[in-house]
Design a protein around this ligand. Sequence first.
Ligand code: SAM
Length: 285
Amino acid sequence: MLPHSSTDVRGTLYIVATPIGNLEDFSNRAQDVLKKVSHIAAEDTRHTKKLLNHFGIENRLFALHDHNERDKATYIETLLAKGDDVALVSDAGTPLISDPGYHVVSYLREKNFPVSPIPGPSAIIAALCASGLPTDKFFFQGFLPAKSNARKEVMESWKTQAGTVIFYESTHRIYDSVTDANLVFGDDAKLVLAREISKTFETFLQGSPSDILAKFDNDSNQMKGEFVVMLDLSVKENKDKNLAEQTRILKVLLEELPVKQAAQIAAQITGGKKNALYQLALTLV
Ligand code: SAM
């Protein structure tokens, strides 16, 4: 048994994060756990075998995926009950995050078995921390529905969602998803796309949905690979707030000054564009 579970005769299930691209991100602790546990439950044993070979790790593997998770939960329970430690890994990143493992962990927690995370890469956190979008509050949607109507319905529901909205997307659907975001939000969304994080072609694209579509149209390589899509939907709210403030200031100035001068001073106070404020002032007199 590994040291973590020394006070418990039962084994521990370790949830082990693996690299999302760059193998150097595989922690020593994660490698150590994979060497020492008695079994490794893997989303795809062939995929995990390659990772283990790279690090010279030999251990017993069995498959745990969406279709056999419930059966494997009881199998893991049997192993833990006799004191064996088990590790759970997915193909990349943190298991359970848009990956198998939820039923196993909830089942074992319900039965009070020790479950311990071995933290490491996850695409969502890696993308968000480098996005420049608000990180104090965020909402993770996982993968969106494959059909456009269902996808747009989910996007509509984000209009009342606070914080940065994040979803995972594949190369096959990235163009269609950004097109739908353009239809639902127009320029009222700021998008940041994190592509191929920690790999050779790591790229961050940012702009309105239509800006991103133009970048795709210019260079189809920008649609290749794995994506984390992040949306800042406070753009419209901020625009509305600015407009309300500009209107208030202009109204005060227009009581004393001609339109042109009021617009000039309002531009200095608010940092807004002189011409836009002039046009706004015209609507107020
Ligand atoms: N469990 C993983 C995690 O913790 O990030 C996510 C697994 S999910 C099946 C795979 C999706 O994660 C990909 O389709 C992509 O949206 C995102 N992803 C994984 N690796 C990525 C990378 N290196 N760069 C950008 N997105 C990535």
